[in-house]
Design a protein around this ligand. Sequence first.
Ligand SMILES: [Zn+2]
Ligand SMILES: [Zn+2]
Length: 115
Amino acid sequence: MTEPTEIMLTDRYAATGRPYPEPSTVCLGQCEGMGCVPHKDNPEEGGIFQQLWEEEHAEAHKITTRIRNAWRFEFLPLGSRFAILWERCDGWHFVKCPDCGGTGKRPPGGFDADR
Ligand SMILES: [Zn+2]
Ligand SMILES: [Zn+2]
């Protein structure tokens, strides 16, 4: 008997169980309706994404967070769960999209209303 070692994913919306974005309401920021944006550690660049990254990075590597992540998906084989428990930071994290606050949607009234 062979265990599947790789999960084939159609796209990131299906992969994360999110609905496809509605063109009329989708966030116009960098998240493309995902509500989160991948960011690599870049202290020299600074800015809002780096700030969000620092917060995410601090949270993501706590042992409690690792355990939660390792057991989050039912389909993960045991080996993958242990890999998550022991993974080292590769510098990348998904940070909450600063434009939509993680909803993936345009705020009512548009983005510039409260700036
Ligand atoms: Zn990290
Ligand atoms: Zn967004």
